[in-house]
Design a protein around this ligand. Structure first.
Ligand SMILES: O=C(O)CCC(=O)C(=O)O
Ligand SMILES: [Fe+2]
Length: 242
């Protein structure tokens, strides 16, 4: 794996998308992908109707605070968070790094409703995709202009390959919704329909499949910096668990 310190993030900007989104294919190696997959705790999934989920080191409290007795575990820090930090994307965040990771698991046909990630976090999210490719749909928030019935919101399709990194920051974080359609196959993938087409690691694969992507189980690691952090967990629970 090339040394990521030299990466010029600007070259990875998705030009045909709201500012600021960046896509880096092969951000981690296959060995690193397998290592991370082997470390995801098998018994900590929360099963939702359309995906499964786990929050590391902990779920946020109802007031959006991160209360935990430990930080992110070593298997998420190295290589993932360390390499993300080298990009400088968290340099203006309060903790200067990601302190939280939501892991999502999707079977083919599963997805996530359009939503925004909101104000619990510094407005940067770094997503590493594992195991399978899929399309993330990014849409302008609904305009307040109720005089028009027409839904003329702009939208963009971002194709996320396994081992890639997607960074969402700036107005892409604050002014858009993102979601994943509940389909088993993404279709009509080509330069005209995929915003990050020119940045993809393996366009050939998509073209050989006639512009279709049959989904398999896909895992995403979504790293963020939670604004409100308290480590009272260690006091409440007595012992700090390693
Ligand atoms: O799985 C993804 O890439 C998106 C997940 C997501 O939107 C979230 O965790 O807030
Ligand atoms: Fe999200």
């Amino acid at each position: 794996m090339a040394d990521k310190i030299g990466i010029d993030l600007e070259q990875s900007r998705i030009k045909d998308a709201p500012a600021s989104m960046f896509y880096i294919p092969n951000f981690i190696t296959q060995d690193e992908e397998e290592y991370i997959l082997s470390k995801i705790p098998a018994n900590q999934w929360i099963t939702l109707s359309h995906r499964r989920l786990q929050a590391i080191p902990a779920r946020l409290t109802p007031s959006n605070a991160l209360v935990a007795s430990s930080g992110l575990p070593e298997w998420l820090l190295k290589p993932a968070v360390q390499r993300i930090d080298e990009l400088g994307i968290f340099q203006d965040s309060p903790y200067k790094t990601a302190n939280h990771c939501l892991i999502n698991g999707y079977l083919p046909g599963q997805g996530i409703m359009p939503h925004e990630d909101g104000s619990a976090y510094h407005p940067v999210v770094a997503t590493i995709s594992l195991s399978s490719s899929l399309v993330l749909d990014v849409t302008e928030k609904k305009s307040n202009d109720s005089s028009s019935d027409q839904d003329d919101r702009q939208s963009w399709r971002i194709f996320q390959e396994p081992r890639s990194l997607l960074v969402t920051a700036g107005s892409a974080y604050t002014e858009t919704l993102h979601g994943i359609a509940e389909v088993k196959e993404d279709i009509d993938l080509k330069g005209e329909t995929v915003a990050n087409w020119d940045l993809l690691g393996d366009r050939e694969r998509v073209m050989e499949s006639g512009g279709n992507n049959l989904r398999e189980t896909r895992i995403s690691l979504t790293f963020r910096d939670v604004l409100k952090v308290s480590n009272v967990g260690s006091k409440i629970f007595g012992k700090v668990r390693g």
